[in-house]
Ligand binder design. Structure first.
Ligand code: BG6
Length: 504
């Protein structure tokens, strides 16, 4: 249903609209385009956040005509508003190989035609929804025909790329220099879809728009921090990809590092791209780079065995399609990180992520120190734990504070209670999907929620020594039954310090 004027911008500022322009999607016949990008563009058009002067140009190797691509666009958005048909009608398709200069010449002339037809000014956003192996080819191809430069004064050309940004520190740097040969840093928008999540952005609001949390957000009050990114799904037919990635590259290097930097950072001077990204990278620079010995004792890697997921028997990772039966790829990582700065010294950060865990859940839990002296009787405080502030990133998005309260009655029994804010009940607005938010930001030219080159580099500096240690087989691969919270070693990693993993 087409909505009348404004309320459409539920969750997105209605005055913030994409300027006239064209979105060029490489990998246009692929899965990411179908599942995420086209629905997100359709949703932006439904909310009237796109200019009427807007078209998509798809590029891919798959043979398709313009009409074939238009059909694909309609199929991807079954319940689209009428405005989607207008976008679809204006859209075009270019078939070709990314190593072939001819593909880019053809693209340049199609872009010209589309812009002439629409009367568009020349703003161009190139979205690389391709495998990472061709990022460099596409960027070079674009540069070869001058598509990296603005076509007219006061127009912008931007390149959007998706993680993974490299396979390790060295390849990430190579990719960065290849991109920088063609595009300047301020033209490059590196997506981590976690930054598009409302609850991830809420870490900033919670910390820097309230007087009550930030004063406690440091070593004087916190015992430790736990970050969990748990998935109940397995590799879902993506075994081929996952074999080349593993949990460390797939989740820790990007999503976890982003959530971590927002949790650790100092208050920025202003909530803008430079203010936030400067502080995020500074925070990551304070994380101690693990040495080989550190990795041996503070990082656990594991792979799931067969087991049960939500009541259904599921196979072991090694039995999944396109997975080597002797695969050593980790589907679970747990680690302790240390942060060497004034705010965080001595507060361990425990991280765990894995596939085939009991439930899908991402959260940041700040565990406070115990009170210095409990004047109540031991029996009366048996069910009292130190305070905790839990930021539930997904699902059931919200924030919960655990504290002790007196149980009604004659005895002075104190036990844990929860003060729980849930997005679902606190707000009427529908949050925009992560891709919707990020696509609009890229077209508007707001890089705040995109990862800067120095952030990627710093995240790799933390993760790279772990990869190297694993390559040297310095850390054995543990196992865990599907549907459990990971291997025993992950529990040991934390319990030897005192605390335990939360079992949400
Ligand atoms: C992707 C990973 O980046 O994030 C996937 O490649 C993972 O393996 C996904 O399943 C998780 O995203 P979300 O938004 O479901 O937490």
């Amino acid at each position: 249903m087409e909505l009348p004027n404004n309320p459409l911008a539920e969750g997105l500022d209605a005055t913030r609209k994409a300027p006239p322009g064209v979105l060029v999607v490489f990998g246009a016949s692929g899965d990411l385009t179908h599942r995420k990008l086209l629905p997100a563009i359709a949703q932006l058009s439904r909310r009237r956040l796109l200019s009427p002067t807007f078209a998509v140009v798809g590029v891919a190797r798959t043979e398709l005509t313009d009409d074939g691509f238009r059909e694909l666009m309609m199929d991807a958005v079954p319940d689209a508003a009428p405005s989607w048909s207008d976008v679809v009608k204006q859209s075009r398709y270019v078939v070709g190989d990314y190593v072939d200069a001819g593909t880019f010449k053809k693209l340049a002339s199609v872009l010209q035609e589309v812009e002439n037809d629409l009367g568009a000014t020349g703003n161009r956003t190139f979205y690389l929804a391709t495998v990472p192996a061709v990022f460099e080819e596409v960027a070079t191809g674009l540069g070869g025909v001058g598509l990296n430069r603005p076509a007219a004064p006061d127009t912008a050309v931007r390149l959007v790329i998706e993680k993974p940004f490299g396979r390790d520190l060295e390849s990430a740097r190579q990719l960065d220099s290849a991109l920088h040969r063609v595009f300047s840093e301020d033209q490059i928008y590196r997506i981590d879809h976690y930054l598009g999540k409302e609850t991830v952005q809420n870490v900033l609001a919670l910390r820097f728009a309230n007087a009550i949390f930030e004063p406690l957000w440091n070593r004087s009050y916190l015992d430790h921090v736990q970050i969990t990114v748990a998935e109940s799904l397995g590799v879902e037919g993506r075994g081929g990809f996952y074999e080349t990635a593993g949990a460390l590259r797939d989740i820790v290097q990007n999503h976890v590092m982003q959530v971590l930097s927002l949790t650790l950072m100092e208050p920025p001077g202003s909530i803008d791209a430079q203010g936030i990204r400067d502080e995020k990278v500074k925070a990551l620079r304070s994380v101690l780079i693990p040495t080989l010995d550190y990795v041996k004792t503070n990082v656990v890697r594991a792979q799931y065995d067969s087991g049960w997921s939500e009541g259904i028997a599921v196979p072991a990772y090694r039995q999944e399609r396109d997975v080597d039966p002797k695969s050593e790829t980790e589907t679970f990582v747990a680690m302790k990180l240390e942060v060497d700065n004034w705010r965080w010294a001595g507060v361990p950060i425990y991280i765990r992520t894995g596939k085939r865990l009991p439930k899908r859940l991402t959260e940041v839990a700040l565990q406070f120190k115990a009170v210095p002296h409990l004047a109540f009787g031991r029996a009366e405080t048996r069910d009292l734990r130190p305070n905790a502030l839990v930021l539930r990133i997904q699902p059931d998005e919200g924030v919960a504070l655990r504290f002790g309260a007196k149980v009604p009655g004659q005895a002075f029994t104190v036990r844990d209670v929860l003060m729980d804010m849930s997005y679902g009940t606190a707000f009427l607005e529908d949050p925009p999907e992560a891709y919707e938010r990020l696509l609009l930001d890229a077209m508007v030219g707001d890089p705040t929620l995109f990862i800067r080159s120095d952030e990627v580099d710093q995240a790799w500096k933390i993760v790279d020594p772990i990869l190297k240690a694993w390559q040297e087989r310095a850390v054995p691969l543990a196992g865990y039954a599907a549907g459990t919270w990971g291997p025993r070693q992950a529990g040991d990693l934390m319990e030897r310090d005192g605390p335990q993993w939360r079992t949400p």
